[in-house]
Design a binder for this molecule. Structure first.
Ligand code: NAD
Length: 332
């Protein structure tokens, strides 16, 4: 086998969507061996934690993982298993492409935006406490080093993917220290990439423009919280969570996963859209250098969408997740 990759099926709909992704990624035949490890709510009883050490060890060994969503259980001491995983592996860049797909009908036809979200700082640092009984405080952390590496990541990605523009999203007019620092660093880094246009936008105005004229945007880079929200807006522009893939990238490791959560009410029904996970798999194929295979999977996905015979409920069909995956695999 050419590539050993950690596979975390996850909670809720996770096993359904990762099984579907595996059907497609095995059919493209690039020699992937899966190192399957369990994490999430489902393993707390067995291991006493939703994120057992051997899961982190597997990712550290294999460097690359494909992951289903993990439910964040209440009262385990984990603010979020996903945040804990991103922190433990220093996966500082969260990449979420939103691209219109043929046959997925939305209000827009030509959306092609990549959100680059800082993944370790901002209000997600989780430093918050009560101040007395009637007030609460949360601390927003923005560092020069954290801002510089995420903005640089956005420009490098823009260059690699032949993109034309990077937009830094912020609220520096109000948060002059934190977002002010992020913007100052973004402007500095931009001077090193004269081949790529740079602009900045305030997050509220940017949200409005995104739904008015999404075709004006190309690569967006921003601190953690804005990235969480803006990337869901972008997912909505192209058809919703069922078609929104993502990647968490660090210096040493990469974890690919759909943007959506574990949607417990659909668990085990083989019903939800597996495309978000399959598209995360396409991002993974590119990351491990299997460009041609990534192209082939994209073509197969587009064929199945255009034929319209095997679509899940959210795309107006009634196919099961596994049927859609098998239809894509057959095209391969
Ligand atoms: P969710 O994304 O799980 O589900 C919200 C709704 O979106 C679903 O009810 C469903 O209607 C729709 N949806 C989601 N995925 C879909 C798919 N593949 N196809 C079609 N429709 C789909 O969000 P939630 O209900 O807020 O979160 C449930 C759990 O997931 C929580 O415990 C949360 O912490 C966790 N979560 C995990 C991740 C992750 O692992 N990265 C991300 C977000 C939420």
């Amino acid at each position: 086998m050419k590539h050993t990759i950690t596979l975390i099926p996850g909670d809720g709909i996770g096993p359904d969507v990762t099984r579907a992704a595996r059907i497609v990624l095995d059919a493209v035949d690039v020699g992937i061996e899966w190192d399957v490890v369990e994490a999430g709510e489902g393993v707390i009883e067995k291991y006493g934690t939703p994120l057992p050490e051997h899961v982190l060890e597997s990712i550290k060994r294999n460097k690359v993982a494909l992951k289903g969503p993990l439910t964040t259980p209440i009262g385990t001491g984990f603010r979020s298993v996903n945040v804990a995983l991103r922190k433990a592996l220093d996966l500082y860049a969260n990449i979420r492409p939103a691209k219109s797909l043929p046959a997925v009908k939305t209000r827009y036809e030509n959306v092609d935006i990549i959100t680059v979200r800082e993944n370790t700082e901002d209000l997600y640092a989780g430093i918050e406490h009560m101040v007395g009984e009637d007030a609460a405080e949360s601390i927003k952390i923005i560092t020069r080093a954290g801002s510089e590496r995420i903005v640089r990541h956005a420009f490098e990605l823009a260059r690699r993917e032949g993109r034309k523009k990077v937009t830094a999203v912020h609220k520096a007019n109000i948060m002059k220290c934190t977002d002010g620092l992020f913007l100052e660093v973004a402007r500095q880094v931009a001077t090193e990439y004269s081949d790529i246009e740079f602009e900045d936008r305030i997050v509220d105005a940017c949200s409005m423009k995104l739904v008015q004229k999404p075709e004006d945007f190309d690569v967006l880079v921003m601190p953690n919280l804005y990235g969480d929200i803006i990337s869901d807006i972008c997912a909505g522009l192209v058809g919703g969570l069922g078609v929104a893939p993502g990647a968490n990238i660090g210096k040493d490791y990469a974890v690919f996963e759909p943007v959506h959560g574990s949607a417990p009410k659909y668990a085990g029904m083989d019903k939800v859209n597996p495309l978000a996970t399959i598209l995360s798999g396409v991002m993974m194929l590119k990351f491990i250098g299997e460009m041609e295979a990534a192209d082939r999977v994209m073509k197969a996905i587009n064929q199945v969408l255009e034929e319209g015979k095997y679509l899940t409920y959210d795309l107006g069909g009634s196919a099961k997740a596994s049927e859609m995956a098998k239809a894509i695999a057959e095209k391969l």
